[in-house]
Design a protein around this ligand. Structure first.
Ligand code: ZN
Length: 205
């Protein structure tokens, strides 16, 4: 039988699946990564990278990993860690304040760590040979590099001027603004409008 926690987690996950992508996520995997743990009303968070299987699905949906990669928890942790660094950089850009040096370093590290050559290995019996690093590690490193590169591109491109944080609490997503819209989704817009209407009503009563 499912526990209450499991039930809530599944409900929250279902709600998250129904949440459309924020503006800009399709072009920017870094923005999609930043938005992959969504704060929902009621104090819940829907984490699309909550388990290695979910993280793998997230990567394959964006063509960042082939199906059946077999992601391990350590790989999912790397993705979640990069997410925090990307979020920190986006928040700094939106607030127009200097970024934490550790976040900048993490992006540069992810961009440059990706191996470009198969390694030279030496077997005691059969001698030297070339081999690519552990395939799963190589796939994950490559995905991290693509996302980090996109984050660097996003922050330094003309798109950066359109970067904003969703203005509908408790939502924590970022988006690229189109016109005056400050919300990541119509659902957040509806919630913000309902909150404003409620505030007006209680003020006049
Ligand atoms: Zn939102």
């Amino acid at each position: 039988m499912r526990s209450v926690e499991e039930f809530v987690r599944e409900e929250v996950a279902r709600e998250e699946v129904a949440l459309p992508s924020a503006q800009g996520e399709a072009e920017h995997p870094a923005l999609a990564l930043a938005n992959s743990a969504v704060a929902l009303p009621g104090g819940h968070t829907a984490d699309l990278l909550g388990t290695p299987a979910q993280a793998e699905q997230w990567l394959t949906q964006r063509d960042l990993a082939p199906a059946g990669t077999g992601l391990a928890e350590v790989c999912a942790t790397q993705l979640r860690s990069l997410r925090e660094q990307v979020r920190s950089l986006l928040a700094s850009r939106v607030a127009d304040r200097p970024a934490p040096p550790a976040a900048v370093a993490a992006i540069n590290d992810a961009m440059t760590r990706v191996p470009t050559a198969s390694l030279l290995l030496w077997d005691e019996k059969t001698g030297p040979y070339r081999a690519t690093p552990h395939p799963t590690t190589a796939i994950v490193d490559h995905a991290l590099a693509v996302i980090a590169t996109d984050a660097a591109d996003l922050l330094t491109s003309a798109d950066a001027a359109r970067l904003t944080a969703c203005a509908s609490p408790p939502c924590n997503r970022f988006l690229l603004k189109h016109g005056r819209r400050q919300w990541c989704s119509t659902r957040c817009g509806d919630r913000a409008r309902a909150a404003r209407a409620y505030a007006r009503r209680t003020a006049t009563e």
